[in-house]
Design a protein around this ligand. Structure first.
Ligand SMILES: Cc1cc2nc3c(=O)[nH]c(=O)nc-3n(C[C@H](O)[C@H](O)[C@H](O)COP(=O)(O)OP(=O)(O)OC[C@H]3O[C@@H](n4cnc5c(N)ncnc54)[C@H](O)[C@@H]3O)c2cc1C
Ligand code: SF4
Ligand code: SF4
Ligand code: SF4
Length: 396
């Protein structure tokens, strides 16, 4: 037997093995749940073991990672960034800086149908808008690691943004450090299958008797603190619902890729210059409170700190904080989902396969999720604040 494919339970679908294989013996394809996995054509394999040398879930097991040097809270002061970004817009500000230096950015945008998500190379500032805001469907990597390497060899500065497993896969694929490469990983609670998005699209189009033309899982039309799902239709209608009260958001939360339940990249485990997430532990009394969004920014390298200084000089608001404060109320910052979520995922998947998304949501959702759907909009933000106040008290 030659060629290396990780066990299905831990394979993160990074596609580094497909990118590195010199004979195209490995190809990524969707399984019946809608997650990408590699398959191997034995007759094409020349046993070079390159696939084994780049597999992050094999190589990162029990590896030690450098600690963060500094932790910050921050947000952009640019209106157009804060309107469209997920949290405080750090990823976008960093991308703008790299483009202004003549570099290129690799990030993730929705495909035209708003079902799948994919890596793309951006060279113009106006194209950054498509990268803004989190897509919770796992991205298609295609030949992105090869494309990054090709660009690095032209000596251009490259910024690569993605889930921590994407960044680790890229670094292993490259096999050495490049002075002109900067990386930024996202705090990551897991990715979902494109099938959730596909089925939700069918459901909502039927319900609204119109074609979906736009979706944003992190719309800020109702502020940042309670994530909202925004949908636009070809009849001019716009719908705004709380993300986790919607079938889309609930499906994303529960139906994660199996590897995400045993992710190696929680806590401080990762390899990027930066890690960035939502500052969910924030309180309105904090000096860095901003109703339009606040990022938590963990910096792992000196070169990262130098870039951050440049971003601050351009007007990005930065506040020193500490790791503990920046990870409060942010489960995936610290550890994997508890066993009860693994059980919930299994139950959801069983019903989902036989009866579809809506039935799977209805039959597995807890009372608090039902409540999220039923509460009037203003009440949801209020309820979340109360919850955080009680939780903060417990964790202080
Ligand atoms: C699947 C997923 C789960 C997450 N879970 C958490 C969490 O539990 N807690 C938390 O604090 N934060 C989480 N985040 C991160 C958070 O949602 C924001 O992405 C982060 O705070 C950056 O915000 P920003 O305003 O700086 O980014 P923006 O300026 O909005 O830019 C977004 C960046 O994210 C990248 N991106 C978007 N979707 C994907 C994707 N599917 N795969 C790879 N890259 C992508 C884009 O390329 C872009 O560069 C998650 C993000 C994703 C994609
Ligand atoms: S061992 Fe080499 S040729 Fe065989 S699948 Fe892996 S990378 Fe491809
Ligand atoms: S390299 Fe990535 S896609 Fe390939 S087996 Fe390993 S984890 Fe899975
Ligand atoms: S939870 Fe871990 S394995 Fe899953 S997408 Fe995020 S970083 Fe990758």
């Amino acid at each position: 037997m030659s060629g290396y494919l990780a066990d299905k339970n831990i394979c993160c679908g990074c596609g580094a093995c497909e990118n590195v294989c010199p004979t195209k013996a490995i190809a990524m394809g969707y399984d019946d749940e809608g997650f990408l996995y590699p398959s191997l054509e034995q007759t094409k394999c020349v046993d070079c073991r390159a696939c084994e040398r780049v597999c992050p879930v094999k190589l990162d097991a029990n590896k030690g990672y450098p600690d963060y040097l500094k932790t910050y809270a921050g947000y952009s002061t640019k209106k157009e960034v804060m309107e469209h970004c997920t949290s405080g817009g750090f990823a976008t500000e960093l991308s703008q800086l790299i483009l202004q230096k003549g570099g290129v950015v690799f990030g993730v945008r929705y495909a035209k149908d708003y079902i799948k998500a994919e890596y793309v190379c951006v060279t113009q500032e106006e194209d950054l808008k498509a990268l803004m805001s989190s897509k919770y469907v796992q991205s298609e990597k295609k030949d992105v690691y090869q494309a990054v390497k090709k660009t690095l060899l032209t000596n251009k500065t490259v910024l690569f943004i993605g889930c921590p497993c994407d960044v680790s896969a890229l670094k292993l694929f490259l096999g050495k450090e490049y002075e002109n490469l900067f990386t930024c990983e996202l705090v990551c609670m897991g990715v979902t299958s494109y099938k959730i998005a596909e089925e939700y699209k069918e459901y909502t189009e039927k319900k609204n008797k119109a074609k979906l033309t736009f979706i944003n899982a992190r719309s800020k039309k109702n502020g940042w603190f309670v994530p909202h799902l925004e949908e636009r239709f070809d009849n001019g209608k716009t719908k705004l619902t709380t993300l986790f009260g919607s079938y889309y958001g609930y499906g994303f939360q529960v139906y994660n890729r199996p590897s995400c339940f045993q992710c190696r990249y929680c806590d401080k485990n990762g390899v990027a210059d930066f890690r960035v997430g939502d500052f969910w532990g924030i309180k309105e009394t904090d000096e860095f409170w901003n109703p339009n969004g606040v990022s938590c920014i963990f910096v792992r390298t000196e070169r990262g700190l130098a870039l951050l200084k440049e971003i601050e000089e351009r007007g990005f608001k930065l506040f020193k904080t500490d790791y503990e404060k920046a990870t409060v109320n942010n489960m995936s910052s610290l550890h994997n989902k508890a066993e009860k979520y693994v059980v919930l995922r299994e139950k959801f998947a069983r019903i989902y396969k036989e009866e579809g998304l809506v039935r799977a949501c209805k039959k597995t959702e807890s009372f608090s999720v039902k409540l999220k759907r039923m509460l009037p909009k203003g009440m949801r933000a209020f309820a979340k604040k109360i919850y955080h106040k009680l939780h903060d008290k417990k964790t202080r």
